[in-house]
Design a protein around this ligand. Structure first.
Ligand code: PEP
Ligand code: MN
Length: 264
């Protein structure tokens, strides 16, 4: 069902209030890795709105490699995030980690993110197949393109057609970057599927100074959108500061993304 063989026309997701993802528009979604405080969110929101961006990412349930790392503000943080975003006409993308959170989070999110560690959590995918909210599904850490499409098929066949695919880098033998962003996946996914393809350059390369370069390359490769991490002071971010842009870098990237998109 997620194949172009089944549907030729590209899927466009309408999040309401004029925020659309898919063919013909470049979706820009940015925000901190972790939601940390109201003050932090307000600063990011002011920054995004100043650049005409109305899609914000931010995790409240964080899948961390170490149990001693910051694991997110949970539902309380999500409720604050939702309230602040709603007052500003911003749509939010946030990660859901387990089935029991789907219902709990439902009324407070605009897009459910399935993280790379949960791409093959088939019970979670089944649960998301039953909701009427868009889902952004990331490629697994060591997942193939075919596996990503199969995971998307779980959600789609469950009845939820509001889906987008996200390339976020895969684990390879290379150690110079955090992950290896697979730009090949962009044209291949666009060819195989009618779903919007989003690229996450932050997790894809993991190095702040190189995030803009690969983000721009992803747009030229045909991505429908870019999701990246930004924070007022990346060095103090609760997670992923090493791959997070400050607002100046982020503003420059937004301008350049639009310029490059106009060349397509
Ligand atoms: C994130 O978006 O902060 C995140 C944890 O991403 P991924 O699941 O791609 O590692
Ligand atoms: Mn992150």
């Amino acid at each position: 069902l997620v194949s172009r063989k089944w549907r030729v026309r590209p899927t466009v997701l309408d999040l309401g209030d004029g925020v659309r993802i898919g063919e013909g528009e470049l979706a820009i979604c940015a925000g901190p890795c972790s939601i940390e405080s109201e003050a932090q969110m307000e600063k990011v929101m002011d920054h995004l709105l100043a650049h005409g961006v109305r899609l914000m990412r931010g995790g409240v349930f964080k899948p961390r490699s170490s149990p001693y790392s910051f694991r997110g503000l949970g539902m309380e943080g999500l409720k604050q995030f939702h309230q602040l975003a709603r007052a500003r006409g911003i749509k939010i993308v946030t990660e859901v980690m387990q089935v029991s959170q789907v219902e709990e989070m439902h009324d407070y999110v605009d897009v459910f993110q399935v993280g790379a560690r949960n791409t093959q959590n088939f019970n979670l995918l089944d649960a998301l197949g039953g909701v009427d909210k868009p889902v952004l599904i990331k490629r697994g850490i060591s997942g193939t393109i075919e596996e990503l499409l199969s995971s998307a098929e779980y959600v789609f066949s469950g009845g939820n057609e509001k889906l987008m695919l996200c390339e976020r880098g895969i684990r390879t033998f290379e150690t110079a970057s955090r992950n290896t962003l697979d730009l090949n996946a962009v044209p291949i996914l666009k060819e195989k599927s009618h779903l919007p393809v989003i690229v996450d350059p932050s997790h894809g390369i993991g190095l702040r100074e190189h995030v803009p370069a690969v983000a721009l390359a992803a747009v030229l490769a045909g991505a429908d959108g870019i999701v990246y991490e930004t924070h007022e002071t990346p060095e103090t971010a609760a997670s992923d500061g090493q791959q997070t842009l400050d607002f100046e870098e982020s503003g420059r990237l937004i301008r350049n993304l639009r310029r490059v998109f106009a060349l397509r």
